[in-house]
Design a protein around this ligand. Sequence first.
Ligand code: DSN
Length: 396
Amino acid sequence: MKDKEIEKLIKEEEKRQGDVINLIASENYVSEDVLKALGSKLTNKYAEGYPGKRYYGGNEVTDKIENLCIARALRAFKLSSKNWHANVQPLSGSPANLAVYLALVPPGGKIMGMSLAHGGHLTHGHFVSASGKFWDQVPYGVDMQTEVLNYEKIKDLAVKERPAIIVAGFTAYPRIIDFKKFREIADVCGAYLMVDMSHFAGLVAGGAYPSPFPYADVVTTTAHKTLRGPRSAIIFSKIDAREIYKKIDKAVFPGLQGGPHMNQIAAVAVAMKEAATPAFKKYAKQVVENAKILAEELKKYGWKVISGGTDSHLILVDVWMNGKGIGGSEASDKLEKVGIIVNKNAIPFDQRKPFDPSGIRLGTAGETTRGAKEKDMKRIAAQIDKVLKEGVSKNK
Ligand code: DSN
């Protein structure tokens, strides 16, 4: 690069990434092919509109790329283009979710989503996000005792509030979601069912987590978490008489976005091809196995794992344990000092503040890409325990 300042910083970040154990549940490491597509000259092209219907000339190649990306995205999730439509233009997860609401929820209508404090996402209707400013959130959460979703309570709430859309999905809920139950609840109150599978999409593609497609009307996902693609997002919508896919396409462009990032779309196409391989299936299985082992090991060391374990790539640990442990911020800082990167995270019914909550969130997608297996998870759990216990004894 001619720009030595930026080149140096990129190298610095590459070194940092290579030096640490990365347990951020929403991060991963993309292939060289994904990087090449991202860094290609496709970034120079404006392609406002959709394949075959652009507002600029010179899009004969980008049309082929976008169509290929759509076909590969459907294939990665074993979907037929007769029943499902994919929009691959959302720039990331938040605009993807916003586009769905813009298309399907009238202004001021109700979005029923998992509360952020219990493991949902800002864009599931939280008041600080646009999804909670233009629409009203009906939050649901987990049970205090079991720390898992209680579908009867969710159903009662849905019947009482009659939301326009119900969102199933999480950023910090470690368990399998019962999509069939969510479908039944949506049907009882006449709501659309949207599944935000951003966190577990790679596990669905690899057959290591249940598929939401038999039950949802709309499925959104980022491409860069367990799915191991570039930062980007996809909206899948069911094709039926309601033609919601047409409304969603219009909401993405021209409703929310201008020109799609064609380099990003090409990189998603690469990742979708990778996600449909037997090697990716093996990877997804290993991600979940690694997470289960990490959770079990931490429990053996005496740490409180929320809901008692995990069915996915994600583990939520209560490190505060009602004052017997250490705060989430302190835990995250201490781990970072020894090269283990996690994020502090609220736990359900947290007694502490969001900026210094009781928990930390761990994920195994990134380290599994780098080849981590069971024995590595045991070693990582031992390191985490040692660092956190040093923190506890220092505080007492
Ligand atoms: N930042 C993502 C996560 O960490 O889960 C959500 O947007």
